[in-house]
Design a protein around this ligand. Sequence first.
Ligand code: UD1
Length: 421
Amino acid sequence: MDKFIVGGNGPLMGEVASSGAKNAALPILCAALLSDQPLHLSNVPKLWDINTTKKLLSQMGVSVTQTGEHEISLDAKPITTHIAPYELVRTMRASILVLGPLVAARGQAHVSLPGGCAIGARPVDLHLMGLKAMGAEITLEGGFVHAKASKLKGARIVFDTVTVTGTENLMMAATLADGETVLENAAREPEVVDLARCLRAMGAKIEGEGTTTIRIQGVKALHEASHTVLPDRIETGTFLVAGAATRGKVRVTNTDPGLLDAVLVKLQQAGAVVRTGTDFIEVDMQGKRPLAVNIHTMPHPGFPTDMQAQFMALNCLAEGVGVIKETIFENRFMHAHELIRLGAEIRIDGHTAITTGKDRLAAAPIMATDLRASAALVIAAMMAEGETVIDRVYHMDRGYEDIEGKFAALGGKIKRVGKQF
Ligand code: UD1
């Protein structure tokens, strides 16, 4: 298992380019199942979760060709099975995104239930409720969801909780249903919007993405299309927070400031000078220590839960007391216990974490617990005296392309070592 050794040599200074968004690329890869014509994608990040999705689709018989470093072409014409096996689904919950496309385009799907995950129970009941409302027959057996429908029918579906992948699954399924589907209380995340754009390029009729009501008119078939995946706002935000927490100056390019409004407000409150252009964002702390900020995670356009851990790291190093309230996932403070090992002062009270910032932290062996939390640990380690060893960095490889290369480009001392260490 790989580890990172991080030297606490902040401030970070310099420029990094954002990769394509993992959470947009995953549903978009699965959208290839909706058509028997090719889908050509660019700006696809090089990540483990993308590899897992490629494997998942390949084992179904989809022809998946890496046509460039960040380009993939998919052709789902030769599909041979409708099964998403447990071995793949358990490593990546987003595998559930094959369910909607398979049942809509191929009449059936057998997808392993994802089970629990480190950050909470994360059920898929809303995905199933929606497909049932569209006329699919759903049974749960042997840890699998079995879904069948000779033809899905348009329906009005009201989500009682905002769900990102739930909205995506049903939006994809609805593109080939008979008649109109209306998704109410739909997720407004930019990744949902990017998926809608890709589906439209494939011939789907979708309106209202980016709002709480999405309308989809079913069409007979989708066709060949090309699509460029939008930039990863969470990766962008991670490097900006790293700049702010280490009192540095970091510019992220290949991004879109419009994707990060709530995050940029918090960086400004933390004392950063934020400069933006059409495709870059820069934070400049002018050498100053950040001020603690209060965070309340919310569905988009609120503050994203996927940036919560990084801001907790910032608060641990900031002046003052910061209050972070996690409202999306029930168990998303595991990084707090690792940050405490670095000397951070954090009190957890239910879904609230209260930090009292320190000028510096102190190195210790720590463990990455989930994808975004692990990035927070790197940020904290950059401001810890001594060398911090971070175990289980595979969590980071799931969702950050070349994270150590990008931190190193900003002057961070970070080295990957293998199992023998
Ligand atoms: C997606 C993102 C993840 C992000 C999360 C919230 C992907 C691949 N992942 O995850 O990075 O942290 O959105 O922004 O895009 N829920 C139910 N029933 C359901 C579905 C969800 O109760 O059927 C609940 C969940 O337990 C959670 C909340 O809804 O409390 C939001 O989850 P959801 O938006 O579905 O998260 P994901 O789509 O899995």
